[in-house]
Write a protein that binds this ligand. Structure first.
Ligand SMILES: O=C(O)C(=O)C[C@]1(C(=O)O)C=C[C@@H](O)C=C1
Length: 456
């Protein structure tokens, strides 16, 4: 047999052995997953992962093997474990869909689980809906978005954030979510790592997992005022780290980082050549000094925005990304592949919505959030007062409290809240949204108060 055939046989055998080992590893992982579920432990265990990562790096040094390849392979294995262990996680959306189904059966539900303003989009949106047919915005178009809309968004962003944005910096997307997905999946490769600061909106992690990207989680605490430390972030950065996700004002905590800390995080990201994906969809609801990541003028930053919260246009599914033209080009290739382009009529309507004065929305949410905070203080809930966004993230200090169980029990009483578990390892937390008028919020808080008293 020639040398090449011998080597090919050997490589086949090794691959087959690896697949058998992968099957064994996956089976064990499923078993561990079952045990974790039974004892109420979360799926990802960063300490365990760190230990295994260290062992592998030591082994690579001994074997004189490239540790970056080995840790990428490890990231693949860990992600596979996380996938087989993560079924049935309850988030704000599962409670929302359950609540909607109950409403269809005639039950009255107060919605404090979802970040969907109860007020209408600006009046100009109604007019735009009427006129779009005659205006003729009804066809296929550029994947990045209508030039006139991108121009309008560039002007709007430049004025709002005091920066210089042109239409080449803009990609329109169906909601900010799709911009986030395209950024994660086109800028990073499988095995790469990205940093998520928890508690966080679950979609960042889900998009990463779906694209074979390993999430490195930084956990912040209520005691630490939901602020990550530079050391925490520094500790997880290695050669595979490619991106950090920021989301301030934050969902679910409402936190806005002190400017000095945000500056330091940006400096650290720049030093390590990381992309910064900054989801700024709550910027309209910043009640404390807040600085857009756009202001740093960093050429590896991607900012995502949406009309859902600022203009109460959740159902329109329209948002956008702002970045340098080369990045926009990459993101829009995936958008073209998936969607051709975002619906032209919806783009036209959103363009008209930019003309509206939305300061009332800001005031309305602020008033509601204040009412929620005062009531929550009165009820002795444990939380850090939000600096912005539309949520209050509270810890319930009761022995054995489970947010999921609690949220399901509350639904039966007519109140929907989001279990903390959807935002990371926060089983004893719930997220309350301030998207209803004050009277309804009070009704909801009374239902919550009664349930807490019953549980004691
Ligand atoms: O040790 C565990 O808890 C596991 O589930 C195993 C495993 C792994 O695949 O190595 C999976 C996920 C955890 O984040 C850490 C480790």
């Amino acid at each position: 047999m020639s040398d090449i055939n011998q080597l090919r046989n050997r490589i086949d055998e090794i691959t087959i052995e690896m697949i058998k080992m992968l099957k064994m590893r996956t089976d064990i992982s499923k078993e561990i997953g079952e045990i974790k579920k039974n004892i109420g432990k979360g799926v990802t265990d960063e300490t365990r992962e760190d230990n295994l990562r260290s062992k592998i790096i030591t082994l690579c040094n001994e074997l004189k093997f490239d540790e970056s390849i080995a840790t990428k392979f490890l990231n693949f294995l860990l992600n596979e474990s996380i996938k087989v262990q993560s079924d049935n996680k309850q988030t704000h959306l599962s409670i929302f869909h359950k609540a909607k189904a109950m409403e269809r059966d005639g039950k009255k539900i107060i919605h404090m689980e979802v970040g969907e303003p109860d007020f209408s989009p600006p009046q100009i949106v109604k007019k735009a809906l009427e006129e779009v047919f005659d205006k003729g915005f009804l066809k296929y178009g550029n994947a990045k978005g209508l030039p006139s809309f991108r121009e309008a968004l560039a002007k709007y962003s430049s004025e709002k954030f005091g920066v210089d944005v042109s239409q080449d910096n803009i990609m329109v997307s169906p909601g900010a979510r799709f911009s986030i997905y395209t950024a994660i999946s086109t800028l990073l490769n499988p095995g790469d790592e990205l940093i998520v600061i928890e508690p966080s909106w679950p979609a960042y992690k889900e998009c990463a997992l779906n694209s074979g990207i390993k999430v490195r989680t930084i956990t912040t605490t209520l005691e630490g005022k939901w602020e990550p430390t530079i050391e925490q972030i520094q500790k997880v950065i290695n050669n595979n780290t490619k991106m950090i996700i920021l989301n301030y004002p934050n969902n679910p905590t409402g936190k806005i980082l002190p400017e000095k800390l945000q500056d330091e995080i940006v400096r650290l990201a720049i030093k390590n050549n990381l992309y910064i994906l900054s989801d700024e969809i709550y910027s309209q609801y910043a009640y404390k000094k807040w600085k857009s990541i756009l202001c740093y003028n960093y050429d590896k930053s991607i900012i995502t925005q949406s009309f859902s919260k600022s203009h109460a246009m959740t159902g329109f599914r329209i948002g956008y990304a702002i970045s340098r033209p080369e990045i926009i080009e990459k993101l829009s290739k995936l958008e073209a592949l998936c969607l051709t382009n975002v619906s032209e009529p919806i783009q036209y309507i959103a363009m008209r919505a930019l003309e509206a004065d939305i300061s009332d929305n800001t005031n309305t949410v602020q008033t509601r959030l204040n009412v929620l905070v005062e009531k929550a203080k009165e009820m002795n809930l444990d939380f850090v007062a939000p600096d912005g966004a539309m949520y209050l993230f509270a810890r319930i200090n009761q022995e054995g409290f489970s947010g999921v169980q609690f949220a399901n029990n509350l639904l039966e009483k007519g109140l929907a809240v989001a279990p903390g578990e959807g935002f990371g390892e926060f089983k004893n937390f719930i997220r309350l949204s301030a998207c209803q008028d004050e009277k309804i919020l009070m009704e909801g808080m009374n239902i919550l108060g009664n349930m807490l008293r019953d549980k004691q």
